[in-house]
Design a protein around this ligand. Structure first.
Ligand code: F0G
Length: 354
């Protein structure tokens, strides 16, 4: 067999539903087209007909951010930008730094000091981004980034940039295509609320374009110590082990509540303990190592099931980022089953309990 390889990446694959022009450079790092994997254990625990995991950790920088970043970077280049700027709890900055490196742009990233998981900072450093540690939280960093972008010739690539939302909505298109329709519900962690907004836009468009016959219920989950949407007011000092979603005043607040209300869904809070339990279960019972924030969706489904609020059917849980992003939390919360042994067969047999 011969022939050209299938075009890869979000821009090539989803051109028809993205705001691209003939002048938009068709850049890619191979993002999108992530696996949808059926649950082996949690599905039964929850009493669902089907539970599927969308493995967004399989994107090139290890999180869903790449889907939106490729669109935002391409459109920024089209408009003549030379620098990308973002505020981030870590994953947006890793992604912005990667696409900037790929495209010969500068990247400036504002991160809350001491609150970014090690893997994410290592990525931004490797890609050569200028990292500015802010003595404050993500919300301070985003406020400053927005002010800077209003006055300086830099492209702001946070999810307040509509191109990010456009790119991220393609995950909903992939899910509808693979399942043959929209699922009954989508479970997703909520931080700055761009992703839940993007999925809802994607599912609405799928229905409009006859790629789906219905909409899913959108089930968003915030960490209890950083749950402004659930409480109905900003949280001044958000706290959670899930540093990716340690956000007190989400930029896409309205997008999240619209998704909830229009879909007949819910946005609820899960405790750090519930997040870590779900995170451990994903690793131990499903073989899926995600970062803590990514487990918030599954933690939320377990909570709804316990409270009788899950209606069965077919559910998709979005696993937003890789466990390799945050090795410190993994070490801290999962004691390794480890032993030392001399370099002898007997010693190793004993250590393995054989
Ligand atoms: N999961 C992960 C792994 C994230 O990094 C984020 C957000 C979310 C979920 C929540 O998505 O903000 O669209 O509601 N991370 C941003 C960042 C804030 O800077 O990397 P959201």
């Amino acid at each position: 067999m011969s022939g050209a390889p299938r075009p890869r990446g979000v821009l090539a694959r989803w051109e028809a539903v993205l705001p691209l022009t003939p002048r938009t450079p068709r850049i890619t790092l191979g993002e999108g087209d992530t696996p949808l994997v059926r649950s082996a254990a949690i599905e039964r625990e929850l009493g669902l007909d089907e539970l599927w995991f969308k493995l967004e950790s399989c994107n090139p920088t290890g999180s869903f951010k790449d889907r939106g970043m490729v669109v935002a970077a391409a459109r920024a280049i089209e408009r003549g930008a030379e620098s990308l700027l973002c505020a981030s709890t870590g994953n947006t900055s890793a992604s912005a730094a990667a696409y900037a490196a790929r495209c010969g742009l500068r990247a400036g990233i504002l991160v809350p000091r001491g609150r970014v998981a090690a893997g994410k900072l290592a990525q931004a450093a490797a890609f050569g981004a200028r990292i500015v540690e802010i003595e404050g939280g993500f919300d301070d960093a985003l406020r400053l980034a927005r002010e800077l972008a209003a006055n300086r010739p830099v492209a702001l690539v946070n999810s307040v940039n509509p191109d990010r939302i456009e790119g991220q909505k393609t995950a909903a298109f992939e899910i509808c295509e693979e399942l043959g329709d929209a699922p009954d519900a989508l479970a997703i962690p909520v931080g700055n609320a761009g992703n839940v907004t993007a999925y809802w836009k994607g599912f609405r468009e799928c229905a409009e374009l006859d790629r789906a016959s219905r909409h899913p219920r959108m089930l968003g989950f915030q960490a209890a110590g950083a749950a402004p949407i659930v409480r109905g007011a900003p949280v001044a000092e958000p706290r959670t082990v899930a540093t990716a979603i340690r956000i007190g005043n989400p930029a896409s607040w309205r997008g999240a509540t619209d998704a909830r209300d229009e879909s007949g869904g819910a946005i609820e809070a899960v405790s750090d303990e519930e997040i870590l339990d779900a995170w451990r279960l994903l690793a131990r019972a499903e073989g899926l190592f995600v970062e803590p924030a990514s487990a918030a969706g599954v933690a939320g489904l377990r909570k709804l099931a316990r409270e009788g609020g899950l209606r069965g059917g077919r559910v998709v849980a979005v696993l937003t980022g890789s466990g390799l992003k945050d090795p410190e939390t993994a070490r801290e919360h999962c004691a390794p089953d480890m032993a030392a042994a001399p370099a002898t067969l007997e010693g190793v047999e004993r250590a393995l309990g054989l």
